[in-house]
Design a protein around this ligand. Structure first.
Ligand SMILES: C[S@@+](CC[C@H](N)C(=O)[O-])C[C@H]1O[C@@H](n2cnc3c(N)ncnc32)[C@H](O)[C@@H]1O
Length: 219
């Protein structure tokens, strides 16, 4: 079994007001967000990010944590499942010269609007059916993406991560460890279909045969 480890400890924390976000959301906003098209990335705040732009302050501080934890070098390969416009992959590729980086995302809009330099590294695909052979990548990462499925879909997607990874994997999922965190996550959530307690997720990992590392997104 993998470890519960916060490899995103250096990712900048959001300052968005949670209660405000909950008030503004409607079921229509959620349905729009779940299409993961322009409205989700570069539309209004009610239906997503409200503008999804590259800035090195997000992932650059995070890469060294991964590099040290897994001992990543330019001889390794990395797949990002739910890579969006490839911001994280860009910073990994720049910090670890030679690292082979690939990303998949269900969003045609995100892949068509890949960040400069990542255009040839991203492809449109569904996390539940990864278009790769078994054991294709040294490290498979999926951040805030796999909870967007119902429970059977999550199990399939986790088993896909396990299948294409030959060494390591790391996933981040919407989770809560107490009632206050549950309230916060419900206020924040726009697209997730499966939000579980930390123990609940560990049971899903068992069911999926997922043996990689993991941590929680708690707003
Ligand atoms: C909250 S965003 C996270 C993006 C990025 N991983 C990050 O941490 O900044 C969730 C991403 O999951 C993608 N996604 C949603 N459903 C998906 C699916 N079925 N297969 C692959 N990606 C999916 C969305 O398009 C979106 O880019």
């Amino acid at each position: 079994m993998g470890s519960e480890i916060d490899l995103l400890e250096n990712y900048p924390r959001t300052k968005r007001n949670l209660d405000e976000r909950q008030e503004q959301k409607t079921e229509e906003d959620r349905a729009t967000a779940r299409r993961f098209d322009r409205d989700f990335f570069d539309g209004d705040r009610r239906t997503g990010y409200g503008g999804f732009h590259y800035h090195p302050r997000f992932w650059q501080p995070v890469v060294p944590t991964f590099r040290e934890f897994y001992g990543l070098t330019g001889d390794h390969s990395l797949l990002d499942v739910g890579c969006a416009k490839g911001f994280m992959l860009k910073d990994f590729a720049e910090a670890i010269p030679g690292l082979t980086v690939s990303g998949i995302d269900v969003s045609e809009y995100a892949v068509e609007n890949a960040v400069e330099g990542m255009e040839d590294h991203l492809q449109v695909a569904d996390a539940r059916e990864l278009p790769f052979e078994d054991d294709s990548f040294d490290l498979v990462v999926s951040i805030n993406t796999l909870h967007n499925f119902d429970r059977p879909g999550v199990v399939t997607a986790l088993s896909e991560v396990q299948r294409v990874s030959r060494k390591w994997s790391f996933v981040v999922l919407d989770a809560y460890r107490n009632e206050e965190e549950r309230r916060r996550i419900e206020a924040w959530n726009l697209t997730a279909l499966t939000v579980l307690s930390a123990e609940g997720w560990v049971k899903v990992f068992d069911e999926a045969g997922y043996e990689g590392d993991y941590y929680w997104f708690i707003p």
